[in-house]
Design a protein around this ligand. Sequence first.
Ligand SMILES: *[C@@H]1O[C@H](CO)[C@@H](O)[C@H](O)[C@H]1NC(C)=O
Ligand SMILES: *[C@@H]1O[C@H](CO)[C@@H](O)[C@H](O)[C@H]1NC(C)=O
Ligand SMILES: *[C@@H]1O[C@H](CO)[C@@H](O)[C@H](O)[C@H]1NC(C)=O
Ligand SMILES: *[C@@H]1O[C@H](CO)[C@@H](O)[C@H](O)[C@H]1NC(C)=O
Ligand SMILES: *[C@@H]1O[C@H](CO)[C@@H](O)[C@H](O)[C@H]1NC(C)=O
Ligand SMILES: *[C@@H]1O[C@H](CO)[C@@H](O)[C@H](O)[C@H]1NC(C)=O
Ligand SMILES: *[C@@H]1O[C@H](CO)[C@@H](O)[C@H](O)[C@H]1NC(C)=O
Ligand SMILES: *[C@@H]1O[C@H](CO)[C@@H](O)[C@H](O)[C@H]1NC(C)=O
Ligand SMILES: *[C@@H]1O[C@H](CO)[C@@H](O)[C@H](O)[C@H]1NC(C)=O
Ligand SMILES: *[C@@H]1O[C@H](CO)[C@@H](O)[C@H](O)[C@H]1NC(C)=O
Ligand SMILES: *[C@@H]1O[C@H](CO)[C@@H](O)[C@H](O)[C@H]1NC(C)=O
Ligand SMILES: *[C@@H]1O[C@H](CO)[C@@H](O)[C@H](O)[C@H]1NC(C)=O
Length: 728
Amino acid sequence: MWFSGKIREKAMPFLGVAVVLLLSLASPASSCTEQERGALLGFLGGLMPGGNGGLKVSWVNGTDCCKWEGIVCSSDGTVTDVLLASKGLRGVISSSLGDLAGLKRLNLSHNWLEGSLLTELVFSRSIIVLDVSFNRLDGHLQELQSPNPALPLQVLNISSNLFTGHFPSTAWGAMKNLVALNASNNSFTGQMPSSICTNAPSFAMLDLSYNQFSGTISLGLGSRSMLKVLKVGHNSLSGALPVELFNATTLEQLSLPNNFLQGVLDGSHIAKLSNLTVLNLGSTGLSGKIPDSVGQLKRLEELYLDNNNMSGELPSALGNCSNLRYITIRNNSFIGDLSTVNFTMLDLRIADFSMNLFTGPIPESIYSCSNLVALRLAYNNFHGHFSPRIGNLRSLSFFSITNNSFKNITNALQMLKSCKNLTSLLIGINFKGETIPQDETIDGFENLQVLTIDDCSLVGKIPLWISKLAKLKMIDLSVNQLSGPIPSWIDELGFLFYLDISSNNLTGNIAVSLTKLPMLLSEENVAKLDPKFLELPVFWTPSRQYRMVSAFPRMLFLDNNNFTGTIPPEISQLKLLDGLNLSSNSLTGEIPQEICNLTNLQMLDLSNNQLTGAVPSALNDLHFLSTFDVSNNRLEGPVPTGGQFHTFSNSSYSGNPKLCGPMLNLDCTSAATNQTSTSRRHNLRFALIIGITSGGLVALALLACFLIARLAYYDHTENVVPLRSRQR
Ligand SMILES: *[C@@H]1O[C@H](CO)[C@@H](O)[C@H](O)[C@H]1NC(C)=O
Ligand SMILES: *[C@@H]1O[C@H](CO)[C@@H](O)[C@H](O)[C@H]1NC(C)=O
Ligand SMILES: *[C@@H]1O[C@H](CO)[C@@H](O)[C@H](O)[C@H]1NC(C)=O
Ligand SMILES: *[C@@H]1O[C@H](CO)[C@@H](O)[C@H](O)[C@H]1NC(C)=O
Ligand SMILES: *[C@@H]1O[C@H](CO)[C@@H](O)[C@H](O)[C@H]1NC(C)=O
Ligand SMILES: *[C@@H]1O[C@H](CO)[C@@H](O)[C@H](O)[C@H]1NC(C)=O
Ligand SMILES: *[C@@H]1O[C@H](CO)[C@@H](O)[C@H](O)[C@H]1NC(C)=O
Ligand SMILES: *[C@@H]1O[C@H](CO)[C@@H](O)[C@H](O)[C@H]1NC(C)=O
Ligand SMILES: *[C@@H]1O[C@H](CO)[C@@H](O)[C@H](O)[C@H]1NC(C)=O
Ligand SMILES: *[C@@H]1O[C@H](CO)[C@@H](O)[C@H](O)[C@H]1NC(C)=O
Ligand SMILES: *[C@@H]1O[C@H](CO)[C@@H](O)[C@H](O)[C@H]1NC(C)=O
Ligand SMILES: *[C@@H]1O[C@H](CO)[C@@H](O)[C@H](O)[C@H]1NC(C)=O
């Protein structure tokens, strides 16, 4: 060669270009063929004008297509790769790609392509890797009519499209080389394809999760199966776990959550899958015990058995799974003392034992899990004292013991304050009838964002140490017997946007300091909130769960106390407030006109007070209002009409004999009128949290969808717990 290497190329790039030009002129064999160029231009022609991802710049007819963006050729100039993931492509996948006779890899993932997936591509004689995941392709996948022996396809990813219909079954006969098939997140129906594994001896990965497959799990696994990953969660599969599944001893990930399976986890079967790292059988309907042989799964890192009908004690052999990182057995009927298991697992990060029938103390061995980030023991019958060793849990960020039988809240807080990384602390429904510590020695908790100490019948005043929780965003002290006023320091909590002090014995006025909570004043303040994900979702109603604190609605619950005086007009400053509940107090005076400035409001409950005067007609400017109640006051005059107000029933106004209007079937000109009152208070909170998150704000609705999709694992708690309890 007359040129020598890299140095010159770097020093004089123009010379390099010249060389390339020279070379391509001199050796036409290394440029693509006219036919290939035509095939690619055909593909470009299938894209919409604004949706070609800028390909037109380099994809110019007459130039060597081996140099076009996203194209790779072999040394002899054959187009082997078309790699156009995430280019913002819109349009259809042209059949002309089928003319690329040497194409080995086609990656069009993460675009906006629509239309059908062509049989020519799936059953191509050359393609090894075909990835069209994350597009909008639809239609049915076709059966191959005359199976061609041994197609080269190894990887097929059609995940996250809009495909429907039955999944092909005979087509796989030709796919002798298939290694990985991902068809997750479509709308396929019918039986699972049952012959892939038998046909393809190297088949290792099958993901059919998030579809509508029904029938039993049938894989036709041969005894020489190489299957490593099987994911068929979030379908409608039924029946027992097939015995053949446990012959797939190469399995590393078995993930079948959210199906309608039955039966038990057989000890001798599960022990055969000794290479398992992920076992996910959550929300499947499984019953029976966790077999002792689970301890033989030495590589197990993630175990999900949540939302099942499992029972019995945990086998102590579970402690042999020393590589566990994630365990959830939430919402079963497990009994006994957790201390039977040695949880000295250095990698354990997330552990959820909530909603079972466990008794006894928190197992000492948990305190050696120095990497533990989230621990949920809620809704059991744990008791006992907290050990000072809890301070070893330096990474602990989420800790929930809601609804157990723990005693001595002073001690609990003294111990927990040494967990410096705590951001969410949920300890309600414990400590019955104790006094909330006022103690100045309760300090620390400097990272706390969520604190719930609800339903403990605690007595005492709202303590000063709460004012030092500078990062607090949500606090729930409801259903206690706290007395005294709303503390004047409340507005020092610069991030607080959810305050529930309802159902206490608080007195005094609606403090003006409440109307200065920075997070409720302006969007600029809200922008400072960090959108951190919670380590475990918080369940605020049985079916509603939050993975992000900032997704919660902004609420003030002051209802069911003994507040007196008037509603301060300064309330108008809380421009971002989503919900305000002042019901069942002894408030007097008029409803301030300024309340009509709370334009975000979706819930307003002023019922069961002694309010007088008129209902401000400007309330019909509150376009998001979906829950409204002023019943059982002493209001008079016409009720507002128009706007949202045609949607509220007359029970929103009942118990105000002097109110009138078409809604109440009372002509405002007629004299004394009276109504019967109905107390709807008890259903109101539940309704409004649902209403607020699903209605009104599109962003919240989208977020809810995202959360539901992301967390559907956890979500089978409907009808399992009583409605009135919230955090778990
Ligand atoms: C590309 O150029 C060739 C030769 O000039 C021509 O025959 C062909 O039709 C062109 N293809 C497209 C898609 O314009
Ligand atoms: C396709 O490209 C995307 C984005 O680069 C990549 O994440 C994905 O792994 C590729 N698909 C295959 C099968 O290699
Ligand atoms: C599609 O699935 C294949 C096989 O599992 C995988 O290698 C590839 O990364 C996936 N593509 C994307 C975009 O995730
Ligand atoms: C499982 O494998 C054993 C031998 O390895 C074989 O005898 C048995 O038939 C297989 N069971 C199923 C259901 O495939
Ligand atoms: C388990 O994994 C190891 C190492 O990855 C491998 O050597 C062994 O063959 C696997 N066992 C089975 C039954 O596949
Ligand atoms: C628990 O396991 C650890 C490490 O395996 C061991 O050091 C410790 O002694 C065990 N504790 C008990 C109570 O058996
Ligand atoms: C505490 O939390 C911070 C922020 O999330 C993190 O960077 C740090 O590693 C955590 N500390 C421990 C000991 O886990
Ligand atoms: C509660 O704990 C505190 C601090 O650990 C202790 O001083 C106090 O005696 C305990 N109270 C009861 C009733 O056990
Ligand atoms: C509520 O406070 C009042 C007055 O302070 C008191 O008389 C009453 O006993 C308290 N009720 C409860 C349940 O603590
Ligand atoms: C409200 O306060 C009054 C006067 O302090 C008291 O008589 C009454 O019992 C209190 N009501 C409740 C529900 O605590
Ligand atoms: C209510 O909002 C209007 C318009 O934004 C403003 O002019 C008025 O001053 C506000 N009233 C109060 C009391 O904040
Ligand atoms: C008011 O209520 C009383 C008792 O329920 C009833 O007898 C009377 O007819 C009502 N008056 C009007 C005007 O509805």
